[in-house]
Write a protein that binds this ligand. Sequence first.
Ligand code: PGA
Length: 255
Amino acid sequence: MRQPIIAGNWKMNKIKQEARELAQSIVRGFIAGLPLPEVVLCPPFTALEAVGGVISGTEIELGAQNAFWESQGAYTGEISPNMLLTVGCKYVILGHSERRKYFSESDQVVNKKIKAVIHAGLCPILCVGERLGEREEGRTEAVVGEQVRGALDGLSQSELKTLVIAYEPIWAIGTGKTATPQQAGEVHSFIRGLISDLYDEELSEKLRIIYGGSVKAENAGDLFNQPQIDGGLVGGASLQAESFLKIINLYPMGD
Ligand code: PGA
């Protein structure tokens, strides 16, 4: 049984005070003690400590949106996995399509970052996903497969125990277009099969694969009902407590 996980990716939104208030509202509305799901808040770096303070002592976890692969040194503007640990992070989103697009992050870069994050004791949330044109050309599996292989190159099975993969079709991110539960489920099954081929079935069955791309309360229930979908990476709808809590609360109600 995989524990579902719902992560809020706040992207470059919320100054410290706003972030603190949003986290407080989420904590107030969060029904503690229910079995599902694991909830992670991923604010910008400047608000990590503030949000960490608000959620400390709750079941909600803290995540960052990026990390560099070196642990310290002359890397102006970068943040190391170790620094993230010291402010209470458990998770780090890596390889998000916005980082691939605006900061030219390649699979090789993502691979170095995943290794550094895992070796520091943090849990990576690896994002993969195809562009609309690639889907239309029937290349979704080829593209996603290459991203997964590239990102995990050289990593052993035991190093991947905490890995989460987020399937985020680029055409669905921030566009209001969501993959149908069936489209998402197909790619999730493909990823699980690939992990089974690259490693073994035990790891692939334990691996949590979440969906991202315009997840909202209105569509999340159908997506989460797919047996291959283990939760969501939520952007826009995580910026308001009400919409984020509605998505979280779909799980206990669905049971
Ligand atoms: P969205 O973003 O929910 O706003 O589409 C998801 C993401 O980019 O992680």
